[in-house]
Ligand binder design. Structure first.
Ligand code: PGA
Length: 254
């Protein structure tokens, strides 16, 4: 997948039915036809994961999960383990999304989840991002602190498996994305913090995505000017036509 730019489609708590999930996944697979420079990870709600998994392997199409337990197995009613997800054919798992953090996932919980995901042989997509911006730059320290705490206890070998989705929280579900020039600055900052934790090479090699109000109109600029390795897309990922245009736009970025 490495030569392809990575587009994560975070379906959140959508769509309403299994049939609709099947249709969106099918359309997303079809949208990839002829595109050689993008890969997609669709992350449906748990009950719809099987609707997104296809028997035939489609180059560049992967299925991820939005949730995972910090526990490994046993008496944890309502929980789903990383190994269960792996056994279904899921390849990626999102951890640390701001909506999950708001619902109770602390840095410590996110860190435990990352460890479980990697142990199960899956790729964690770790979301980080500041709540708001501050003229004095306090948001930079807040972001650095969140990254350090989120990766606390994670070995270098495990951290190198992670994909980092930088998502300024104020740009998620908003009207507009962050300006591409600022995305560039922030992605460099994220790499710098990661380098301080795991060494320069790990920082350089880490895949860093941008997320927050990405659509077909702004995707190419964010990729080109923001110089990120991919995008983390919410709302637009369940709108088949919009997502298709977005993938085409990113595929065309050289
Ligand atoms: P959005 O969501 O693309 O709808 O802003 C992004 C996200 O899921 O973080």
């Amino acid at each position: 997948m490495s030569h392809r730019k990575l587009i994560v489609g975070n379906w959140k708590m959508n769509p309403a039915s299994f049939e609709e999930a099947k249709r969106i996944a099918k359309q997303t697979r079809a949208s990839l036809a002829g595109l050689e420079h993008v890969a997609v990870v669709v992350c449906p709600p748990l009950p719809f994961i099987s609707a997104a998994l296809s028997k035939a392997s489609v180059p560049g199409f992967h299925v991820g999960a939005q949730i995972v337990s910090v526990e490994e197995s046993g008496p944890h009613t309502g929980q789903v383990s990383a190994r269960m997800l792996a056994s279904m054919g899921v390849s990626h798992v999102v951890a640390g999304h701001s909506e999950a953090r708001r619902a109770g996932d602390t840095d410590e919980i996110v860190s435990k989840k990352i460890a479980r995901i990697v142990d199960a042989g899956l790729t964690p997509i770790v979301c980080v991002g500041e709540e708001s911006r501050d003229e004095g730059g306090a948001h930079l320290e807040a972001l650095a602190d969140q990254i350090r705490k989120t990766f606390a206890g994670i070995s270098e070998a495990a951290a190198r498996k992670a994909i980092i989705a930088y998502e300024p929280v104020w740009a998620i579900g908003a009207k507009a994305a962050m300006q591409p020039e600022v995305v560039y600055e922030m992605s460099l900052f994220v790499r710098k913090v990661f380098s301080d934790l795991y060494g320069q090479e790990a920082g350089m090699k880490a895949l860093v995505l941008y997320g927050g109000s990405v659509d077909a109109r702004n995707a190419a600029d964010i990729m080109r000017v923001g110089k990120v390795d991919g995008l983390f897309v919410g709302r637009q990922s369940v709108i088949a036509t919009g997502f298709k245009e977005l993938l085409k736009a990113v595929d065309a970025v050289s």
